[in-house]
Design a protein around this ligand. Sequence first.
Ligand code: ADP
Length: 326
Amino acid sequence: MLRVGLTGGIGAGKSTVAGALADLGAVIVDADRIAREVVEPGSEGLAELAAAFGPTVIAADGSLDRAALAARAFADDESRLTLNSILHPRIGARTQEYVQAAPADGILVQDIPLIVEGGMGAAFDLVVVVHVDEAERLRRLTEYRGMEESDVRARMAAQATVEQRRAAADVWLDNGGAPGAIVEDVRTLWIERLIPFERNISEQSGVIAASDIVEANPEWAGQARRAIARLGLATGGRSLAIEHVGPTSVPGQPARDCLDILVTIADAATAQELSAILGGAGFPVDSGATTPDLADLQARAVGNSYRLHRGCDPLRPVAVHLISPA
Ligand code: ADP
């Protein structure tokens, strides 16, 4: 399964992109919908809210009175914590149910407005950010969705900046053009990246970069940071260090378009244990390779045990070098 995180500011076009991905065959898990489901009329979540904040948070028709809840739950920090302690575990559990119900060879897209704000990017194989400038988002939301300008502005101010979104984005979809244009971009993304990415994960087949030397790409550092964050989450403290090494780590230097990431492990047993874990996280072992081909890695590998894993993203080859005491 490929797990894609889809995010962007309010009005950027997440729902539009999610709809296009659903048409292509993706399984969509919508965080906003789950947030509503866990407090729907008659739910345990709604009953807990009423127990914590008083029966007035339930409207006459049995639904959640959001204004009444906001007045109480956002009154002070303690109330806010109580609200989160009721909602977050339920949202998390329900999300897990949807994720587990998705087919093993599926492409799962989680539409989550706050991936960047919540620092959740590393939990996904790929983060897709939909972007439109603020003025155009404001226009679309007030014109097509009937929102108040002050409401839109307040929400935008509370969300991540463009720079923060850029740093988190593996894929940047510009939705500033006509609606048809973004749908075409989504189709290209699906065919050229998501389908082969999923197949590579399912087949545990890592991607090997082309051998030609290319101009230095200023994006390499950011791409390496995101790979390191994913590997950090997957190894969960079992690694001593995770570093971007090799030619692509030298700014401005032409190189083969492969990010070399060095993972240092305390002992061989942990390295062995990590082998399957990294495979599950989309970085399968390359069983054909036995020796590192970079000079600095070769030096570090002397007297140590060495394993090579590779990423599965067809458009972003990553070589993960695991070194542990023999
Ligand atoms: P989000 O889910 O990110 O809040 P939506 O997908 O709902 O954003 O898009 C916000 C509004 O803009 C919707 O009314 C949608 O129909 C409209 N919209 C989306 N993409 C475009 C586009 N390329 N051009 C014009 N309007 C668009």
